[in-house]
Design a binder for this molecule. Structure first.
Ligand code: ASP
Length: 342
């Protein structure tokens, strides 16, 4: 049955082009799969990458598709090593295939925004990289995966998707990798860009953009990690009322490459956190201050000299940027500049 759909739609495609005397070449898209709910089933093992794509035969109406499985895991098990491998593989694919229109990455939604932001910092090509997932497994009623993956391929083949940084496409919405958060544990419209709004939409008739990502990304990013084998260790420590700073002290003993502290609104923090941070700075450990509040940025100068403000980046994305930046340099001045640009 499946193959028939494939053959029929390709015949239709060729027919129409024959009628108009033109041979329409479909754009080429590479789909890299990593697992997640989009590939999972309540009644059976997670779908292998090719099986995931073959389960959506309509895809060939939009592009000629190549599939490669990177991993097959729930995204709570995604690691910085997988980020590194994925970033290098995407740069390699783009450098080897100038005809490719774009790349789609299927991924679980739990940590999709971290992987998307990481790729936004290290991809060295202006062609679209589109991350996609789903909130309902592939065998649930009204599974959102098939429509999401078709929309992702449509965005990856649209000429005007170039140079917009890494994008997240779900529920017909196109969000920027830097700005989007998973904001709901259940709903299909879970990804939101709280302050900035969507980049655009995958509408039935066209892919439409209303704005572009403003911070540095992909080809304009100064980070080159293709020769890096491991990313530096950067823990996140969460501040809370009455915190005594002990976990910062424990991490300081382990001498991580850097520490991200998630503080209260505006970068304000408990005295315990402040004490812990000062001790980490004395040991030359870069410390980034991120607000736990999703809207707005931390303005002005840091309350503790020597720390770096994450501005509007949440702690989990500030960690990604600090890891990538530290692969470059740990100079505080430079880090402050980096956190103002990316
Ligand atoms: N647990 C899933 C994950 O891999 C959730 C999802 O994909 O929606 O992230």
């Amino acid at each position: 049955m499946k193959n028939t759909i494939l053959i029929v739609s390709s015949i239709m495609l060729v027919f129409t082009s024959w009628a108009s005397g033109q041979v329409l070449e479909k754009p080429e898209v590479m789909i890299l799969t990593t697992g997640g709910t989009i590939a999972s089933r309540n009644t059976g093992p997670t779908l292998e990458g090719h099986a995931l794509v073959q389960a959506v035969p309509q895809l060939i109406d939009y592009a000629s598709i190549t599939v490669e499985e990177i991993t097959r895991t729930g995204s709570s098990r995604i690691t910085p090593q997988i980020w590194l491998h994925l970033g290098k593989r995407i740069n390699q694919i783009f450098s080897q295939d100038p005809k490719l229109s774009g790349i789609v990455v299927t991924h679980g939604t739990d940590t999709l925004e971290e992987t998307a932001y990481y790729l936004n910092l290290v991809i060295k090509d202006d062609r679209p990289v589109v991350m996609v997932g789903s909130m309902r497994s592939s065998d649930r009623i009204s599974a959102d995966g098939p429509s999401n993956i078709v929309q992702a391929v449509r965005v990856a083949t649209a000429k005007h998707s170039k140079n917009r940084g890494v994008m997240i496409v779900m529920n017909d919405e196109i969000n920027s990798a830097r700005d989007a958060w998973k904001t709901d544990n259940q709903r299909v419209q879970t990804f939101r860009s709280i302050d900035h709004g969507v980049l655009g939409f995958a509408d039935p008739d066209t892919i439409i953009f209303y704005r572009s990502a403003t911070h540095l990304h992909t080809v304009k990013s100064g980070f080159r990690l293709d020769n890096i084998e491991t990313l530096p260790e950067v823990p996140i420590v969460i501040d809370y009322p009455g915190f005594d700073g002990s976990t910062i002290a424990q991490w300081t003993e382990r001498k991580p490459a850097g520490i991200v502290v998630q503080t209260f609104a505006g970068g304000r923090m408990s005295s315990g956190a402040a004490d812990g941070i000062r001790k980490a700075l004395e040991r030359n450990i870069p410390v980034v201050i991120a607000s736990r509040v999703p809207g707005g940025r931390i303005p002005g100068e840091p309350s503790i000299e020597g720390t770096v403000l994450a501005r509007d980046l949440p702690a989990h994305k500030a960690r990604v940027l600090l890891m990538v930046a530290l692969a470059d340099s740990s100079d505080q001045k430079n880090l402050t500049f980096i956190f103002s640009q990316y």
